[in-house]
Design a binder for this molecule. Sequence first.
Ligand code: IPM
Ligand code: MG
Length: 385
Amino acid sequence: MPAKDRYHVVTLPGDGIGPEVTVEAVKVLTAAAARHGVAFDLEEIPGGGEHYLKHGVEWPDGSEARVAAADAILLGAVGADDPVTKRSVFTKPGQPYPTAQLAGYALVIGNRLRLELFVNVRPIKLLPGVRHKVSGRFMDIWEPGQVDYVVCRENTEEAYSGKTHDLTDPEGNVIGRMTPIEVTRKATERVCRYAFELARQRKARGRPGKVTCVTKSNIIGAHKYFEDVFREVAKEFPDIEPDTSLFDAFCMWQIRNPEWFDVVVAPNLVGDVISDNGSTTQGGMGMAAGGNIGFEHAMFEPIHGSAPKYAGQDKVNPLAAILSAAMMADWLAGRFDDARLRAVAADMEAAVAAVMREGKRLTYDLGGDARCSECGDAVRDALPR
Ligand code: IPM
Ligand code: MG
């Protein structure tokens, strides 16, 4: 599609710390864009678990159409605890079975399914200047060059189909409940192709050119199918090395030898777990950015969640949200063939790197004492002139 001068972005600040990190991401994004003559028309839609508890709906009527009409979506976080049950799940009214769903489901999982955001791209990259917090102490464990891979998580099915039903014995007695693990050829092929294409692009920039498929294929039949389809897709990419790993062992290797990985592809729930686990090696969840990408739509979000206990304190690390907004600018650059947005993304990343290098205005999780907003200001002020 042709480039535009104004891009329409829907922001979904959501719950907990979502709003405060979204403010910082927007602050840096708009400042970077202005330097390149690009503007964003930002449309904020309220919603999430808190909205559900207050209004009985997760977001206002008509929100589905509004997010679908946007050029891209920027999400903060969702998830709020019910004051009575103290849980972040709720039972959807009118459903025959009490289906436990996260309050705020429509904004996260709902958008992923409805807009067919088939891959959740989660870079695990250690930036210079990050020290790792382990047992409350800061240590140098991994070096930046050793941690640079991208998790491509299947984002529409497997354990996330939203289906749960009673499990019955042959006499029809309810003996439990079950959520199926569903893996289709269509969803597996497209996420695997995305992973191989990405490995090819990275290889052109000097990376090894390898895709590791992570499943529990030795025990879960649907995962064996995922791996079989992965091997078929691999034949379309003879220049890229296909590799497989079992999920349990992979969790250990990604801490011990993160340098082994380049691009990783995994079924939905596996991708959920390994992206959080991998964030340990990039300085924690405060550094972990992500993008839910489809053919027509995309939604970008830090992967850390709503962290209600820190909400409203101007305390948490905004860098994951800022880096997610940079990923959004980069995705828009490709979709609208707009080199200016490529430069916006590069400037935002350079500014984050500069703030890390300087090391003086980092938040508590990285050993600093800056507020969330101070860190965001520092990144904005570090944007290349
Ligand atoms: C994530 C989150 C979500 C998920 C939650 C909030 C439903 O953990 O984006 O990784 O499980 O996908
Ligand atoms: Mg997760």
